[in-house]
Ligand binder design. Sequence first.
Ligand code: ADP
Ligand code: MG
Length: 442
Amino acid sequence: MNVHTIWERTLTLLESCATEATYLTYLKPLYPHSYDNNILSLKTPEDFHKPTIIKRYLFDIKRCFNEVIESNDNDVIIVSPEDFADSGEQSAKHNNYKMTNLRPGYLFDTFVEGSNNLMAASAAKAVADASGTGASVYNPLFLYGGVGLGKTHLMHAIGNQVIEQKPSIKVRYISSETFTNEFTAALREKTMPEFIKKYRDCDLILIDDIQFLEGKERTQEEMFHTFNDLYNNNKQIVIASDQPPARLGGLEERLTSRFAMGLQVDITKPDDATRAAILDKKMQRENIDIPTDVKEFILKNFINNIRDLEGALNKILAYARLSSVPISLELAENALKDQLINHAPPVLTMDYIQTIVANHYNLTTEEINSRKRTQNIVFPRQIAMYLCRKLMDVSQPEVGKFFGGRDHTTVIHSCEKISAELEYDIQLKEAISLLEKIIKGE
Ligand code: ADP
Ligand code: MG
């Protein structure tokens, strides 16, 4: 999709949720200026519209735009004709900023610190403070960790702080993929001198996703020279990767040993409190609120990384807005049903286990919980109790209570009986392993 198609589709979504006056006055006149490095730049027809659009509509524009391109972390910036005035200071600033490839929203201010990223965040701040002073602290700073945990955010935060505090410092953010593409193009188009100048003429370079260079020998060679040149000239280098240098198998040893010369810090998965704080911060920043049960639902189901967590929130917001329905747990479950199957195991309840077992034996859950003691009911009841204890973190009294108010000794007896029979009854073993699979959604 080119930038015009993307913008047209975004406008269609916006039209469905904005009033006609707003749409005609502020949204429709916006012109899609550019879309690169995940940033859509929109130009206003007149300068005085810019603050209004940023204040009132930027959030919705961003949301609809991300919905169109099926992403959740692309940014939108609003520029005005004044930003493009030939001699304007603004324009110079804007162009300088564009050269850095930095993303404006990724700041230390918007980064929530938790036990999983404390070291990385402190090192990043130390690097940002020292950049341009001639006294580098950690060089290179090597950040590593799984996807969606905040490495890219921290790199941009370093760059944004440096640019803000010391505008004369030349900063450049580059993903290894872009580096590879530009290097290949430079070889093909015989523009190597420009390429070399671009990456060696900077004071702070932020190189993202270095693992992308694995197996790419010629690009690695170029990266090696770039690294040495910058390093020897005392320029600050920050690198991010999914692995520590020692485990980057497809990279030459002379590169990984250089990457390991400074400080290596990992970012791990966030704990519950950090995830909750990140969600709160995002809602606060965007001035939105969602019901507590929806928040808990998101936190419970998106545990592995922040990108998915943010994506879940954005999807719920977009869904609510597009269908004009208030946000509720039901809406959230609907909006995210596809992701839930892929990303998180179903939330287990005793009710769910009972239902699966009852269905399997052609019974109802009422029969499972009843006082009836016929063998065709007693046996499935015992299996269901056994599975609750095995698959969930519930006590014997809790199980007994749930199963029609039975005593905990009944639960103990049931579980022991099933365990004992499992020792020699192959059919039972197969039945139980099948039930477990169904219950876990495997
Ligand atoms: P990575 O580069 O490690 O794959 P990103 O930096 O792209 O991850 O982070 C994914 C998303 O999660 C981004 O939108 C980022 O802003 C957000 N994010 C990650 N960690 C945090 C954090 N600690 N505080 C706030 N937002 C975070
Ligand atoms: Mg990243």
